[in-house]
Design a protein around this ligand. Structure first.
Ligand code: NAP
Length: 470
């Protein structure tokens, strides 16, 4: 769609993960438009879940940031890191300075199970563990007692569960060469974990992991993948569903799991046990310490659309474990001034147009992209199509004059006047080079600092060095 406008088209993007960058990219591709994108992040560093979520031993996935670097090189792009909406700036500040605002702040917290015992010591959310080993400043202070834990259960069997399992089972020496946080490496080196149990509430045909993720664990040295033959076998419903609606990845998962069914683990090997048709009902402990997961056995019944869903049977089991990680999905955290759907944990929207409340009417000039728009599903690339769809709506509205009417000064001046030390893209590039160089000194890919304060201290030094050289 043609977007004729004499002035630049000014857009604020809140968040700097994949969906934020794909939004900027789609905006910059608008024909004949002079677009200015200002991207805000509460952290002083960009890239959201690519930096703080993607596992450190998956550098091929993290390399997608090179694409984002190219997007950031557009002359219309500015980064404002270390700027929190709701603290340093309010939504009204943005509304007074931009034609459109896009919320792309993702889903930052883990879902709760809502069963007794969730507060026991030894029960953690995968989100916290992932943030901890990735050096995310929100999670650097967390403690995970891997030294005394031998058996660990992970609730859920999506790709986050696989990341957690792999980090627990992989060789710390190998992980130490990546950008895994120093504090996490020190703890992983003392780990006693020998067995990780994945608890899937549905069957092998509905396992949420990607085939290459389970295959990668089977390829870890001295690690066996185990499946009980009775749990690897498909029930009639799953068999019919897999044949009719199953994706190739699901067929590949079933093949892999059935090939591993009944295998024994060689002596001295660590084990990944894939359990199916077990739903946790209670976390059991003594004196506040976790001791076991009580699971209920499940059977699959067809949902209204035929999808197999779990139905509880009258049969229970206690699985003794030392730690539990809940990897049952992410959930958004509300941002002050931005409508929020408490039930779904996302920003209420219709095809990316933000609604003033759930089922309400569209708020002119406000949009959502990525996980805070559609919920925490899909791979990084999924966010590209998703962002393009939001930008289509933005172009259509902009061309029709449905946009905010910015009147105020540049946001950079406002931030300066408020004493906010915003991190620019040039600052980040200096920090990026510093992290890589510090990593090299330590025999690893990248060295991340564990707190916002530590990052800002180094950044100020780097800025001072750069201006002394100029
Ligand atoms: P996910 O793929 O949605 O998996 C969530 C898992 O938790 C499912 O097994 C689900 O079972 C289970 N679950 C949900 N609620 C439960 C409950 N109350 N009790 C027991 N089990 C429950 O979520 P995710 O692993 O957090 O991943 C989020 C997205 O990021 C996914 O699209 C994933 O592919 C992507 N990701 C990709 C990679 C990668 O490519 N390497 C890495 C990490 C994440 P049901 O299926 O029965 O609901």
């Amino acid at each position: 769609m043609h977007v004729p406008h004499a002035e630049p088209w000014r857009v604020a993007v809140v968040g700097s993960g994949p969906s934020a960058f794909y939004t900027a990219e789609a905006l910059f591709k608008t024909p004949d438009a002079r677009v200015q994108v200002d991207m805000f992040d509460r952290l002083p560093v960009p890239f959201g879940l690519v930096r703080g979520g993607v596992a450190p031993d998956h550098q091929n996935i993290k390399a997608v940031t090179r694409v984002y670097d190219k997007i950031a090189a557009n002359p219309g792009f500015r980064f404002f890191g270390n700027v929190q909406i709701g603290r340093d700036l309010q939504v009204e500040d943005l509304a007074a300075r931009y034609h459109q605002i896009v919320y792309a702040f993702g889903c930052e917290t883990g879902q709760k199970l809502g069963i007794p015992g969730e507060e026991l010591r030894g029960v953690h959310s995968a989100t916290e563990f992932v943030g901890w080993y990735n050096g995310h400043p929100d999670h650097a202070h967390r403690t995970f007692d891997l030294r005394s834990a031998k058996r660990v259960a992970i609730v859920g069997n999506g790709n986050v569960a696989m990341d957690v399992a792999r980090i627990l089972l992989a060789s710390p020496d190998e992980l130490g060469k990546t950008d895994l946080a120093d504090h996490a490496l020190a703890v992983l080196r003392t780990s006693s974990v020998r067995e990780v149990i994945l608890l899937g509430r549905r069957g092998p045909a509905q396992a949420a992991f990607s085939p290459k993720e389970i295959e990668e664990i089977a390829e870890l040295p001295d690690t066996a993948v185990l499946v009980r033959p009775e749990e690897a076998a498909l029930d009639a419903l799953s068999e019919a569903w897999l044949a009719k609606d199953g994706a190739r990845s699901q067929q590949r998962n079933v093949k892999f799991l059935q090939e591993h069914a009944g295998h024994d683990s060689p002596a001295g090997h660590k084990r990944l046990q894939c359990r199916f048709l077990v739903g946790p009902t209670e976390l059991l402990g003594e004196h506040g310490d976790l001791q076991a997961v009580r699971v209920q056995h499940m059977e699959l019944v067809a949902d209204t659309d035929g999808t197999p869903r779990p139905k509880a049977r009258d049969s229970f089991e206690e699985v003794p474990v030392d730690l539990v990680f809940k990897a049952i999905g992410y959930r958004g955290i509300p941002v002050p001034g931005v409508p929020f759907d408490q039930k779904k944990g996302i920003v209420p929207n219709l095809d990316g147009r933000v609604l003033d409340k759930v089922g309400g009417s569209a708020l002119v000039g406000h949009y959502a992209a990525g996980w805070c728009k559609r919920g925490p599903t899909g791979l990084i690339g999924t966010n590209s199509l998703d962002a393009k769809a939001t930008v289509d709506a933005m172009r259509e509205d902009f061309a029709q004059g449905a946009r905010l009417a910015p009147t105020r000064t540049d946001i950079a001046d406002t931030l300066r006047a408020r004493g906010v030390d915003a991190v620019t893209w040039a600052d980040w590039q200096r920090l990026d080079a510093w992290e890589l160089a510090e990593g090299q000194k330590r025999g690893k890919l990248r060295h991340k600092l564990p707190s916002i304060e530590a990052v800002m201290l180094v950044l100020r030094d780097l800025r001072a060095g750069a201006s002394a050289q100029a």
